[in-house]
Design a protein around this ligand. Structure first.
Ligand code: TRP
Length: 457
């Protein structure tokens, strides 16, 4: 049966617009903030290798599935799952997968916005020349000063959420699409510039070696590395919660999904690896510890900016772009909930965006307090509220959502439906069979084992 639904919230003007938007979603704090510090906490190379394997063998097939479901359903993930389950005669409760994603999105954006606020705070410091001549201690003190000040964190978190709501309220074309077209290329440019700088630092080869030297004993000593790496793959590709699904629902019918997905995944991986190859050389050149946690990027980069020519301008551009990269991700995290409020609660986009924004903003206060007033208060196996949310979403909810998406596309949908949506031809049948094998067996078994193991831990 051919799906004849048309998109109800708007449509990207071209395949390129979708690539930019989805890359804008994928590239964000996950690449530049989370990837380096999680790699550092897990000892480097072993984590990176597992992460790359997860991107290739699980991330890309799941992303193809998620875009496919979105474009076929053409609605918010909750209603898309309801429609598709009906059409494919799958059990009704599949719509709960949409809800799992909406809840995950609310949780993720609540802490994501706090970290994006750090980037905004650092933008102001960069522009005022505060990094000039700074040393490792000064940089650590500056970071501690920011996260120790709940009022300032609240102010920046508020600014970031307001920006997110304003863009989302303007809708698919004039809001989402316009925002990403300029920002993504600029971010890539500045990362390449920083990479050239890092090549000239004394710790360059040590930093690169740290990232790429595979050390099996690191995994044996710290088996959570595998769960962290899989969680990172889902988080950085924006998978498992419906963000990519809803972006797929705005994709024009004629665009090829698999090629598009590969471009997005490659761009995202490139930015993460670049970030790692910028940050670890600076870490080793300054005798810092790679495993120092979520402050890593904020404590290391000012050291580099403080020494280089035009450091004030380059640092300002960097933190501006980091905040903007976070913004293009944030709009995708909130979009499934906004679309559902419009579809099922009859709200205008503006009201829906504001409602979602307020809920997320409130929850974010818990995260920003876990860096100061509530720093000693642990809610979940020795984790602060922030750490607990991060762990629960990246390492549990997103892989679970991705697993269910793969199961639906592979086992609930008929072969003819997926072949039709992926526009399989004689020439591409081989690639289709590889995808189908991966989502039928490799993803469920791989994700399932890692999740089970992580839960037993
Ligand atoms: N991928 C983004 C990043 O790396 C964050 C993000 C956007 C995300 N949309 C998402 C994470 C959906 C999980 C799910 O910064």
């Amino acid at each position: 049966m051919t799906a004849v639904r048309s998109p109800i919230h708007g449509q990207w003007s071209s395949r390129l617009a979708f690539i930019l938007a989805a890359t804008g979603s994928a590239v964000g704090l996950g690449n530049i903030w989370k990837f380096p510090y999680t790699a550092g906490e897990n000892g480097g190379g072993a984590f990176v290798l597992v992460y790359l394997l997860c991107v290739a063998l699980i991330g890309i097939p799941v992303m193809i599935s998620e875009v496919l479901l979105g474009r076929r359903g053409r609605r918010s993930p909750i209603n898309t799952m309801r429609e598709l389950a009906g059409e494919e005669r799958a059990p009704g409760p599949w719509f709960l997968l949409g809800w799992l994603g909406v809840v995950a999105g609310v949780l993720i954006l609540s802490f994501y916005s706090v970290i994006a606020g750090w980037a905004l705070g650092y933008l102001v410091r960069a522009a005022s020349g505060a990094f000039t001549g700074i040393d490792a201690e000064g940089s650590a003190a500056m970071f501690a000063g920011l996260i120790g000040d709940p009022e300032r964190l609240l102010a920046w978190h508020t600014v970031f959420m307001v920006l997110t709501v304003v863009i989302v309220a303007r809708g698919v074309k004039s809001g989402l699409e316009r925002a990403v077209t300029i920002m993504m290329p600029a971010l890539l440019l500045i990362m390449v510039g920083l990479f050239v700088y890092a090549m000239g630092t004394p710790g360059f080869s040590e930093g690169v070696n740290y990232l790429f030297a595979f050390d099996m004993s690191a995994i044996v000593n710290r088996p959570e590395t595998v769960l962290d790496a899989m969680g990172q793959a889902f988080f950085t590709l924006s998978l498992g919660m419906g963000a990519i699904m809803i972006y797929g629902s705005y994709l024009p019918k004629q665009a090829s999904i698999p090629q598009t997905v590969v471009v997005i995944a490659l761009a995202d991986t490139l930015v993460a690896l670049l970030a790692g190859m910028v940050i670890f050389p600076i870490v080793f050149s300054n005798g810092l510890a790679p495993g120092s946690g979520p402050g890593l990027v904020f404590e290391t980069l000012p050291l580099a900016f403080g020494q280089m020519d035009f450091g004030v301008a380059i640092a300002s551009a960097f933190f501006l772009l980091l905040a903007l990269a976070a913004l293009t991700s944030a709009i995708s995290i909130i979009e499934p909930l906004v679309a559902w409020l419009v579809e099922n609660r009859g709200m205008s986009r503006v009201l829906a965006a504001a409602t979602a924004g307020i809920v997320i903003w409130l929850l974010g206060i818990g995260s920003l307090l876990s860096f100061n007033i509530l720093a000693e208060y642990t809610v979940f196996f020795g984790r602060t509220f922030f750490d607990a949310l991060d762990f629960l979403t990246s390492n549990i909810m997103l892989p679970l959502g991705g697993l269910l998406i793969a199961l639906f596309a592979a086992w609930m949908m008929s072969r003819s439906s997926t072949e039709e949506e992926l526009a399989v031809t004689e020439r591409t049948r081989g690639a289709y069979n590889v995808w189908r094998f991966l989502v039928r067996y490799v993803t469920p078994v791989g994700v399932g084992l890692v999740l089970l193991y992580g839960l037993i831990q």
